[in-house]
Design a binder for this molecule. Structure first.
Ligand SMILES: C[S@@+](CC[C@H](N)C(=O)[O-])C[C@H]1O[C@@H](n2cnc3c(N)ncnc32)[C@H](O)[C@@H]1O
Length: 293
């Protein structure tokens, strides 16, 4: 038997020694996961005894985290847009910067409503939306929650990712409004869409050696790499989006940290207008949005 404080101290020391980023948070999350408790409980009960079985499970997880497995793969979950997602190793772990995709998409849709003289709350009534490369389903499901009357298509080339996304949609009770399609980019998605959103793979294979081991060794390659440079998928994605969007339809793309100079010129003025770039909290151009002419 051991107590909460001692387990935390030992876990912290092991992860610090292994140079795990955010090792305090990782230790806490793993202990909370094993004990099925919340953070307030953890600090209110430092003397609480932990069973031998729980301590063994906790230190086994600490060992795996020290060896590079992401915390989210060990707990099986990640929060995105205030919702909890199952994130097994088949899908990219949703990142906080991807929430800017949702913000920009909702802002652009609201602006379009205003311009059309419709001031009522945006419910998504009549809207057809596609999320390309849905992974865990985080973008499609967050939009389905925000726009309860919208119809959403979510595609992925990975059947394993789609199975995870379907489970997440059911968990958040939006499975009846999100249609999951296996295929390449917009593949079988029907035309006349109002909104296309995508966080495509955008890391360059030539950057692989610079990635954290948690990412390079544990997240799916198909979700990470867009090609040798990283931005290779955007040209075809933008061409297909142009063919699938209604006039006035909106495109919102997440960008890699250095993708903007290669991607923005792909939005030619004959097909696209109102092009805008949104920086993330680190000041990196992260979201590119445009409207179909
Ligand atoms: C960067 S991840 C994004 C996942 C999720 N949308 C998110 O934001 O966390 C890219 C996703 O695109 C999928 N993908 C890669 N190539 C694709 C393609 N040609 N067509 C459709 N999906 C693709 C991957 O399987 C992966 O799930």
């Amino acid at each position: 038997m051991t107590d909460v404080r001692t387990a935390l101290k030992r876990g912290l020391a092991r992860l610090r020694e292994a140079q795990v980023p955010s090792f305090t948070l990782a230790t806490e999350l793993l202990l909370l996961h094993v004990l099925d408790r919340d953070r307030t409980w953890l600090y209110a009960h430092p003397e609480e005894q932990i069973s031998a079985a729980d301590a063994e499970r906790f230190f086994a997880l600490i060992g795996r985290r020290a060896n590079g497995e992401p915390t989210q793969h060990l707990t099986g979950k990640q929060e995105f847009w205030g919702l909890e997602f199952e994130v097994p190793p088949d899908v990219l772990i949703p990142r906080p910067e991807t929430e800017h995709v949702i913000e920009v998409a909702l802002d652009r849709l609201a602006l379009r409503e205003l311009r059309a003289g419709r001031k009522q709350t945006l419910t998504g009534e009549g809207l057809q939306i596609a999320d390309i490369g849905t992974g865990s389903g985080c973008i499609a499901i967050a939009l389905a929650k925000e726009l309860p009357a919208a119809s959403i298509y979510a595609t992925d080339i990975s059947p394993a990712a789609l199975a995870v996304a379907c489970g997440n949609a059911a968990r958040h009770k939006v499975a009846d409004r999100v249609r999951f399609l296996e295929g390449d980019l917009l593949g079988d998605v029907p035309p006349l869409l109002d909104l296309v959103v995508s966080n495509p793979p955008y890391i360059g294979r030539r950057e692989a050696a610079t990635l954290m081991r948690e990412v390079r060794d544990h997240e799916p390659e198909i979700a990470l790499y867009g090609g040798e440079e990283g931005y290779e998928l955007y040209a075809e994605l933008i061409t297909q989006a142009a063919a699938h969007l209604k006039p006035g339809g909106i495109l919102v793309l997440e960008l890699g940290h250095n993708s903007l100079p290669a991607v923005q010129p792909l939005l030619d003025a004959t097909s696209w207008t109102n092009v805008g770039v949104t920086n993330d909290l680190a000041g990196i151009p992260r979201v590119l949005a445009a409207e179909r002419t």
